[in-house]
Design a protein around this ligand. Sequence first.
Ligand code: ADP
Ligand code: ZN
Length: 218
Amino acid sequence: MYNILMLGAQGSGKGTQSERLSAKLGIPTISVGHLFRGEIDKNTGLGRTIVSYMDRGDRVPSDIVNQLMSGRLAEDDTMAGVILDGYPRTFDQKDELDKIFAEHGRQLTHVIYLKVPDETSLQRLSGRWVCSNTTCEENYHITFNPPKKDPNKCDKCGSPLIQRQDDTPDAIRHRLELYHKDTQPLIDHYRERGILYEVNGEQPIAKVEEDINAALGI
Ligand code: ADP
Ligand code: ZN
């Protein structure tokens, strides 16, 4: 069974690679951002709280994240394996994930660490366009991964593409700072646990995918 965590800075390619891996392994990707946007769309009280943090480029408090993840990881479709995209991001979230998994007799099997310099993150995120349909959310990049059919529409579902509120240079820089401060200890921890696989995320998308598959032995 594969319980995989995709770790890396914003724009390192986690979303892009998670989708490919998910199709290949036939297991769901759980993206925190996606869970958040689901709540925001439903305009729940929780959704409104979340949006106030996201718009500033701040991290949503861990208790909210843990609550959403715990609910999602109790659903049946996750029991045969999952790909986690963007969670855990901090040490206390890691402890919580270990607990949630332990309730089902599970644990993380692989951590894929997509390594890219900050400059690359900035360049990629400022060119990122996402499908506006929240059940799709396919990712594109104006130069590195443009839609093939219509330049302004999603190849998969035809919905218009939009830029995310928090993909502005200032918000990106702020997110990168937080990332370095809080996520580095996680990287060290998983390396010590012997489940960290470092992949050079600066390569073209297909090559990164190849390296991930090799690390997983698939
Ligand atoms: P993350 O989920 O880590 O924030 P994404 O998967 O959303 O990152 O990728 C950020 C942007 O960079 C997207 O526009 C995506 O199309 C593009 N991208 C992803 N991987 C690569 C790559 N290997 N080379 C060039 N661009 C990439
Ligand atoms: Zn779409």
